[in-house]
Design a protein. Structure first.
Length: 332
């Protein structure tokens, strides 16, 4: 098992390098740059920008260097100092801009993942063991709604109902007095009651998808010959269900962690803009609009690396749950 973990971990290192190159290149694809956006912003306020000022701004932001030089400097600073560059619009290091925001984003994403599993697995088991029952039809109906309704639209509906029916606001993660306060136990307790709204809204689509996966996989297992034989021998239904079919049916759910983590974070981006959450979503949108290349490139790279890390986690969990995977990996 240790050899399998080491080999899979080493395999992602060159992949992360490739991701960093692609992320930085993607940010450079749109025409213009931050200086262009800055000049347009100044001219809209009536300020005339001459050629000398344009040259000064270009040099100040390091945009006089070639793309390869900018990437090499950015990558070297990440490797040597863990420095992701400096945000142009915030005029702060990228790590300082996204530090607390990325922590909140990851916290919400991980709690959403736990919520999805806690809700999806029992419902999927019930729907499979009660096929074509009223409960199965109800869960299937709500599953289709969960898949089809975008998270940001659900967030708008929740905001409207909470304000019109209950007279409360569900936007933000903190009360006004704690919004800019340093972290403390009081600030944490202020945040916890507000977490359930983004967790439920973001997790609804993932929950609906996994319910369908769990139901389908478990139905397939329950029709296999070993289950029929075990029933004929008088094995208790609960023991039979959880000893083999459920354990095997969960394998595809574990494998979905690879795409589920970045999916949750990308879904969080839109929901956080609607709910005014202090996460990476609004920052990434602003960085892309103003072509803040170091900030946008760092966030895109982090989201892409989440896919790789999620795939690694799912592979390791699958190898732990199913020894056949470790054996197949060792023979390759």
């Amino acid at each position: 098992m240790l050899e399998y973990i080491l080999r899979r971990t080493l395999q992602i290192i060159p992949l992360i390098v490739i991701i960093s190159v692609i992320s930085f290149g993607i940010i450079e694809l749109p025409p213009g740059d931050f200086v262009t956006m800055r000049i347009i912003e100044l001219e809209q306020t009536g300020t005339r920008v001459d050629e000398e000022e344009i040259a000064r701004l270009t040099e100040q932001y390091g945009l006089d260097k070639t793309l390869v030089e900018r990437y090499a400097l950015w990558a070297w600073n990440i490797i040597s100092r863990g420095h992701l560059g400096r945000s142009f619009q915030w005029e702060q290091p990228v790590t300082q801009v996204i530090g607390e925001r990325i922590a909140l984003t990851m916290s919400i994403s991980l709690m959403t993942l736990v919520f999805i599993w806690i809700v999806a697995i029992p419902i999927g088991i019930y729907a499979a063991t009660h096929q074509y029952s009223l409960g199965d039809y109800i869960f299937t109906f709500f599953g289709f709604i969960g898949i089809s309704v975008p998270g940001f639209l659900l967030a708008l509906v929740v905001m409207y109902l909470a304000f019109t029916q209950l007279g409360i606001s569900v936007t933000g993660l903190f009360s006004p007095e704690y919004a800019d306060a340093p972290w403390s136990f009081a600030r944490l307790m202020d945040m916890l009651p507000r977490l359930w709204v983004p967790i439920v809204v973001i997790g609804l689509t993932g929950t609906a998808s996994l319910i369908r996966v769990m139901r389908s996989m478990l139905l397939d297992e329950l029709r296999k010959q070993y289950v029929v034989t075990a029933r004929a021998k008088g094995v208790a239904e609960r023991t039979l269900l959880f000893k083999y079919p459920v354990r095997i049916a969960i394998n595809p759910l574990i494998s979905t962690i690879g795409w589920l983590l970045p999916f949750i974070v990308s879904g969080e981006a839109l929901v956080s803009i609607v709910l005014n959450l202090p996460t990476t979503g609004p920052v990434l949108l602003r960085a892309l609009l103003f072509q803040d290349m170091y900030l946008a490139g760092s966030l895109v790279m982090i989201l892409s690396i989440l896919t790789v890390v999620g795939t690694l986690i799912s592979d390791l969990l699958l190898a732990w749950v199913d020894p056949r995977i470790r054996y197949q990996g060792a023979t390759k």
